[in-house]
Design a protein around this ligand. Sequence first.
Ligand code: COA
Length: 168
Amino acid sequence: MNKIAIYPGTFDPVTHGHVDLIKRGIKTFDRLIVAVAHNPDKNPLFTVSERVDMLKEITKGMSNVEIDDFGGLLIDYVRIKGANVVLRGIRAFSDFEYEFQMALINRKLSPKTETIFMMPNESFSYVSSKIIKQIASMQGDISKFVPKVVEEYLKQAGLRIKTLRSKD
Ligand code: COA
């Protein structure tokens, strides 16, 4: 049986940590679908299509990977795609409680779907999308944390980031 995994997330924006996990995922599964959650509750800086485009650019040339987006329940999307695994990253112990809750709820909703956790390289354990946006909004150097294409998107979004921050 082909192992098809869904790697869901908001990816606002995608960081080196996410890319590290994608690379691990494609080595482990027959097919990996990176699924951008619409997640309006998080008030994302980038639109769904911008987040999808960034991921497509970054994964260009990688085999077995597909970039898509979804709204609604993750588990419904998993079913539609005929996948059997949800892949999530655990960066630090602090991620565990939230991930544990999500995995158990998803299991209750769909007992056939397994959640598999992978750890990104420890050098990315402190990176988060929110911190990247904060550094970018203050013109800090984010080149160590995100791929080049994301850096460009963040530069262009400069004004939007400031507007978003002023609402915090
Ligand atoms: N490297 C770097 N950062 C990482 C990372 C990694 N490998 N993995 C996660 N992160 C960071 C993200 O950058 C993000 O940072 P931020 O909070 O500063 O923005 C944070 O960890 C969590 O983001 P993400 O992994 O994208 O998860 P999420 O909590 O935003 O989204 C969904 C989780 C989309 C999978 C979940 O909300 C979902 O399934 N939604 C659909 C609705 C549903 O089915 N609900 C019921 C299930 S409980």
